[in-house]
Design a protein around this ligand. Structure first.
Ligand SMILES: Cc1cc2nc3c(=O)[nH]c(=O)nc-3n(C[C@H](O)[C@H](O)[C@H](O)COP(=O)(O)OP(=O)(O)OC[C@H]3O[C@@H](n4cnc5c(N)ncnc54)[C@H](O)[C@@H]3O)c2cc1C
Ligand SMILES: *[C@@H]1O[C@H](CO)[C@@H](O)[C@H](O)[C@H]1NC(C)=O
Ligand SMILES: *[C@@H]1O[C@H](CO)[C@@H](O)[C@H](O)[C@H]1NC(C)=O
Ligand SMILES: *[C@@H]1O[C@H](CO)[C@@H](O)[C@H](O)[C@H]1NC(C)=O
Ligand SMILES: *[C@@H]1O[C@H](CO)[C@@H](O)[C@H](O)[C@H]1NC(C)=O
Ligand SMILES: CC(=O)N[C@H]1CO[C@H](CO)[C@@H](O)[C@@H]1O
Length: 578
């Protein structure tokens, strides 16, 4: 069986044999002739959670439509250590527009196009972020039922903390009080370590005034040196598809999963007086054949921070002026669709170090993973990272208001990694002021969206990255690294002319792939924003958004946990409204 499922040619066959209603082609849906209460668009984090939670209710018949193929049986998705090599077959192949803040550079932008969405291709870090981030959702939406306190039980409901691969005792690396033990999303600490490099960091944190060891990053107070937790269970990636659309869910008679099918537009129904949108136009990726399906209750858009605004705009829901420019018929003027994109910019810096490490023996590691689900391939990223605040007396705060959501929110993340003779770090700006947008290029719904990250278009962000590099420099200047770290390779904001540093930043900046904010919640009745606090599209009946687009500001964390918690609560909101 294991051998069979890895054979590409048999994937479609095995899917239709093994599982109830996982359709690999539109034709199968047409011949089923069922009607659906809810139609969910996109099988990523938001869509997998919502489709699964709604179909727990025996009264609801649910259809999930996903543009990509099945995740099951794909080795490179299941093996955490293959994260960097995931095949283009499973991603959208997006490229950003030329970035004015990055010397007009365009960059490739990975997004999952497979069941599980980006959680099938991501780095699996499990970080909830700061309690202040979630309280901010309540503030900006005028609905305090979005808060850390109200969402906390949903984090627990979502999570199943399990021992590290191989069963190492991880006591002292996390606080068991903050975790869930019965949810669909498995979370674990790393298989390996502590390595000598990990121990150096712990020793340095003991002596650092600025970055101390933090036992539990997922308590709502993430700052400090932390052990990485990942959405990995038994050495395998636990994507949203693994957690929510596994064998049990696939056997449900009232859940249909339609793969290889792209939603192209949502369409209003003709009869009703209020704009009522419950019809979805879909196209087969293979044949281009299109059809429509209508939900009895709701259509839920979970196509991700790029896919959801893309679909709304293609449908004529967005800024009237922008839509007219590309000759899309406006059905609902909603100016902020696709605006307000925020994402995490990353900047690599390096040091020389007095160390050597043994390279991983890849074939042996793969054999170990295959036989025992242990070894280096059970890990995708390093063992530790740091979250830190820029000191309050830093000069940039004289000119700019602090954008952090509150005192618990770090401004900067710094990754820890060694290659022996070199130590590298990504300095990540968690609280950017720059904003980007998602637009459409034409009235062809199959055209790619125009993705403008807006990176470094606000001067705060350049200054904040400088402070992040300084934080990293102070860290590696710490006493524990004497004789180990032998020099800073830069780029150094303290020795380079400002212009030259900015230029090197613009040339090297990348992303951690955390886009949010392209269809955000705002108070009920507000003119700004795209969604009411219950995630319904403003002014429309029958249409909701449940994915990263709804999140108003990028949280001070890797984003999957935020999308999980939003989607868990959204599932209850939807269930309770019917
Ligand atoms: C390379 C990478 C690394 C990352 N690393 C981490 C990490 O380590 N930790 C972390 O917390 N987060 C990480 N993230 C971010 C995290 O994966 C996302 O925040 C999360 O997956 C967003 O969930 P979503 O539901 O909004 O969108 P997605 O999970 O992207 O799901 C959207 C789904 O909709 C489908 N879709 C889109 N348009 C259509 C359409 N028109 N018709 C049908 N289907 C459609 C897509 O194919 C996809 O399956 C990473 C992301 C990437 C890309
Ligand atoms: C990617 O996967 C597809 C389908 O599984 C396969 O046909 C193709 O050869 C793979 N490409 C690479 C570069 O591995
Ligand atoms: C793990 O280690 C802790 C502290 O070192 C100890 O108290 C605990 O009993 C151990 N757990 C197991 C399952 O061995
Ligand atoms: C798998 O685990 C067993 C038991 O610990 C061990 O003897 C064996 O060498 C391991 N196999 C691999 C390939 O690592
Ligand atoms: C490098 O490390 C070794 C021991 O780990 C030490 O003896 C040596 O002095 C170090 N070299 C430098 C340049 O610090
Ligand atoms: C109508 C129907 O078939 N409902 C089923 C939906 O799925 C749940 C969970 O498996 C079943 O309990 C219901 O009977």
């Amino acid at each position: 069986m294991g051998k069979l499922t890895t054979l590409v040619g048999l994937m479609a066959l095995s899917a239709s044999l093994v599982h109830g209603k996982v359709y690999t082609d539109l034709e199968q849906l047409d011949s089923a002739k069922e009607s659906y209460d809810f139609i969910v668009v996109g099988g990523g984090v938001g869509g997998s959670v919502v489709a699964s939670r709604l179909s727990e209710n025996p009264r609801y018949n649910v259809l999930l439509v996903e543009a990509g193929p099945d995740n099951e049986g794909v080795t490179e998705i299941a093996v955490p250590g293959m994260f960097f090599g995931i095949n283009r077959t499973y991603t959208w192949g997006h490229v950003t527009t030329p970035q004015v803040g990055l010397n007009d550079r365009s960059m490739p932008y990975t997004q999952g196009r497979v069941l599980g969405g980006s959680s099938s291709v991501n780095g699996m870090m499990y970080t909830r972020g700061s309690s202040d981030d979630f309280d901010l959702w309540g503030k900006v939406s005028g609905d305090r039922s979005w808060s850390w306190k109200t969402l906390f039980p949903y984090f627990l409901r979502n999570e199943k903390l399990v021992p590290p691969p191989g069963g190492r005792n991880a006591s002292g690396q996390y606080d068991p009080r903050y975790h869930g033990y019965r949810g669909p999303t498995t979370v674990s600490l790393p298989w390996g370590g502590p390595t000598d490099f990990d121990l150096l960091a712990l020793k340095n944190a003991e002596q650092s005034k600025e970055i101390k060891f933090n036992l539990e990053p997922n308590s709502g107070k993430p700052s400090g040196l932390i052990w990485v937790q990942s959405t990995i269970g038994n050495g395998e990636r636990c994507s949203a598809a693994v957690g929510f659309l596994g064998p049990e869910a696939r056997e449900r008679p009232n859940l249909t999963i339609l793969l290889n099918t792209q939603a192209t537009r949502v369409l209003p129904s003709k009869e009703s007086r209020q704009l009522d949108i419950r019809t979805l136009e879909i196209a087969s990726i293979a044949s281009g054949k299109t059809t429509t399906v209508t939900a009895k209750k709701e259509v839920i858009l979970s196509a991700g921070a790029f896919g959801t605004p893309h679909l709304l705009l293609n449908s004529g829901i967005g800024d009237k002026k922008d839509l007219e420019e590309v000759k899309v018929k406006v059905i609902h003027h909603l100016p902020e669709v696709g605006k307000g994109l925020s994402d995490h910019l990353t900047f690599p810096v390096g040091w020389t170090a007095n160390d050597t490490i043994k390279p991983v023996d890849y074939p042996a590691a793969l054999e170990q993973w295959q036989t025992n689900r242990t070894g280096p391939l059970t890990e995708a990223v390093g063992h530790q990272v740091m979250f830190a605040r820029i000191p309050p007396n830093a000069p940039l705060f004289k000119e700019h208001r602090d954008p952090a959501s509150g005192p618990n929110a770090p401004h900067i993340e710094i990754t820890l990694a060694t290659q022996g003779a070199q130590v590298g770090a990504y300095v990540v700006l968690l609280t950017p002021k720059s904003r980007g947008s998602v637009k459409i290029a034409s009235n062809n719904p199959l055209d790619k969206p125009l993705i403008d990250l807006g990176f470094l278009t606000h001067p705060f962000d350049i200054e904040a990255i400088k402070e992040g590099v300084r934080l990293a420099k102070r860290w590696y200047d710490g006493p524990a690294y004497k004789g180990y770290i032998t020099g800073f390779l830069g780029p150094d904001p303290d020795t380079l002319p400002a212009e030259e540093f900015a230029n090197q930043l613009k040339e090297a900046a990348g992303t951690f792939w955390h886009p949010v904010g392209t269809a955000t919640i705002s108070p009920k009745g507000a003119k700004h924003g795209v969604l009411d606090p219950d995630l319904k599209v403003k002014g429309v009946k029958g249409l909701r958004v449940v994915d990263g687009s709804a999140i108003p500001y990028v949280p001070t964390a890797h984003t999957q946990a935020s999308v999980y918690v939003l989607s868990e609560r959204a599932s209850d909101l939807i269930k309770n409204s019917w």
